[in-house]
Design a binder for this molecule. Sequence first.
Ligand code: ATP
Length: 438
Amino acid sequence: MKDITTDRRSNLIKKNVGDLMREMFSSRISEVISEIIRMADEIGCKAYLVGGFVRDLLMKKPNRDVDIVIEGDGIKFAELFARRVDGRVRTHKRFKTSAVIFSDGFRVDVATAREEYYAHPAALPVVEISSIERDLYRRDFSINAMAICLNGKETSMLYDFFGGQSDLKDHVIRVLHKRSFIDDPTRVFRAVRFEHRLGFRICEPTLLLLESATREKLFEKLSAERLFNEAVLILEEQKPEEALLRMNELGLLKFIHPELCFRVESNQLMNHCKETLVWFELNFPGREVRRWVVMMMALFDSLANDCRDEMLQKFKSAKKILSCPLVNLAKVEAATAKLHKPVVSPSFVGKAFENLTNEALVFMAAKQTGEGIKALVTSYLTNIKDIRPFINGEDILKMGVSPSPIISNILEQVMEAQLDGKLKSRHEALKLADKLSR
Ligand code: ATP
């Protein structure tokens, strides 16, 4: 057993937060929590609210990610709870965690109070059942390591063992013990993310541990997938550019690629991307854009092609995350090169933008300041992309053309004429196709 008093001293401060819960919870959250309490009482176990949900409650910020820890059998609790609320349950036996998903998509994460051991730095932890105190001790930062007891004698009691409330008050990010970053280096990225999300600062002793973890190159041991999952979370934040400037300053970006940096120009580009995302979402509300993809494109924009290839090579297991922004970047570069003509016809725009995702369109408009590309993107999305062709392959076959690439060639030429307004009807399209097929 670890001695939990050696680092951040365990010193329980309790506080009843019933009034705050009543003030802050929506009726939906209150209903769900009442149901959790009933279930825990029936089974005879103790249930706690934990993690970011408690942190945000104390900061009076709304949060719908209900995170529960059960002192007892969390998996059994989740199964019974899912049945009670007519939801589904997804269980991860190794980590003793479950997610209960209601029919309307609302989700409650349920875990068994557990402590974790790390066989070696950056390994996935070995998990053992424990008390709430030890469960909280395995967490990343003091502000995320508080719990609210939901049932029994101490209902609505906040349990703060590691000075979380005082760190919230002082706006400080602090790890709970010296080995924290060694056990799990993703915490380095989480520290920077929370620092900028909450407007806090990493306190001096934690910063020293973080710098030492960076010197020891602990991230090299981290799986690429976990590393880039953290990067995605940072890029999804409201102000990713601030976190990236900080990562640059802390020397964290060089673990992604030695040439990768984030300075004034990248900061400007990311800000343009943010503005363009707002413009895009306002003008094209039904079209989905993944924010992190656009932001990752901005992050990797300054990297030369061979560096991008090296990065893909090094982080093979994160290919699913990395290839999307990298492929998009290559396509944007190719499309931009084509658009250097003074006047471009709709059919030309259609061809140049063909296969560009919404993320690529946003990035392209962000990169070329001025209204030019925005106007082309608007014209492409409103008049070109979804236009239905007057004719199809069947029509050409009926003209007696045998199946061959000639058919797609004719269709392409007819579509070009249609996009450029040279054809007004299906009849005119058929006439042109007939002429081209002779
Ligand atoms: P967010 O608002 O971004 O979801 P969160 O604090 O809820 O923030 P999660 O990633 O959902 O973050 O994790 C829930 C809780 O699990 C955290 O508050 C923290 O207590 C714990 N946790 C998550 N990741 C780690 C980690 N790498 N090491 C230790 N504890 C962690």
